[in-house]
Design a protein around this ligand. Sequence first.
Ligand code: 8YV
Length: 335
Amino acid sequence: MNSSKRDYIDLINSQSSSVNKKMDVLVIWPNQPLQMELLAKKYNLHRYDLADDVGKLAMLERVSHKIRAVITTHGGGFSQDLLAQLPCLEIVVCSSVGLDTLCVDRCLARNVAVTNTPDVLTDDVADMALMLILACVRRLPLGSRWISNGHWQNQGQAPLNHSIRNKHLGIVGLGRIGKAIAKRAQAFGMKISYYGRTEKKHSEYKYYDNLITLAQDVDILLPAIPGGKETEQLISREVLSALNSDSYFINISRGSVVDEQALVELLSANALAGAGLDVFVDEPNVPAALLDMENVVLQPHCASGTHETRGAMAQLVVDNLAAHFAGRALLTPVK
Ligand code: 8YV
C-alpha cells in the first residue's frame, strides 16, 4: 500500500476519532438543566462548580492540560489566574451579557474566544427597570403592608402616592437595554433624557453631557451601563447629592456603578424619595440599612431571571460551543 494512501486513511481515522472525541469543558457555573443535559451528551464536563477548594485544585491537576472550553456567567467569573492554567483553552462561553467578572482582554490577547448573551435578556431587564420605577413611585410594598398590617381596616385608605406620568427619567447609557427602558417609559407617558459619552445621532431623547446637570433635572435616575473599572462609582456621591429630595434612584446594571455607601446615607437622611435596586456591590450581601426602608424596593439580581430568558441565554452557550467546535462563526462573539 503506497504511503499517500496510508496517510490518507490515517488522516480520515484521526479526523473521525477527533470528531467523535468528546472535548473537555470546565464548568465554572452551571447552565440551565436542559442545556446541561445537552452539553453532558456532547462534551466531557468537568464540574469545577461542584468541587470544593481542594477538589478544584485536584481537578485542575488532573485535567487543566486538556481543557478546550470554559462555561461561566457573571456570577462565576473567569480569572486571569485560571486562564494561565489552561494551555489548550480555545473559548470561554458566558451566560451573561455583563462581562465585568471575566478577564476578557487577557483571553482575546491569547486568541481565546469569548461569547456572551446580548439581546435575549434586554426585554426582561427593561421590564424589571419599569417594575422598579412603578413599585417605588406608586409605593407598591407600602400598599401590600397597609393590608397585611391591618391598616386598611383600622385606618381606611392608604396614603396617596404619585403618578409616573410626566415624570422625567434620566437614563445613564442609551445602549440596547437603555433604549428598551426608554421605549417602555415613553409608553407610560414619561419624559426621557439620557447621558452618555457621546450623543446618539437620531435619538429623540434630550442628551446631557454632564451627569450632575442630568441628576438636577430628573425625577428618576437610572444607570443602564456595564460594570467594570470604567464605570466604577460613575454615579458618585456628588451625582446622587444633585438629585432632588423627591427623586428616585433605580439600578438594574451593577452595584459597582454607584457609590452604594453614599446612596445608603442619602436614603437614611431622606435626601432621596426612594430607590429600586436589583444589583449591589457585594452580592448576595445587601447593606442592612436598606432592608427596613419603606421607600426602597429590593430585588436579588434577577432582572433576567425568567425561564424564557435564562433558557435563551443557556441555549446561546450551547450554540456558541457547537459553532466553535464545528468551525462555524460564533453567534455572539465578544470583540
Ligand atoms: C446574570 C446579568 O447573568 O447578564 C448579566 O449581565 O447580570 C444577569 O443576567 C445572571 O444574573 C446570572 O449570573
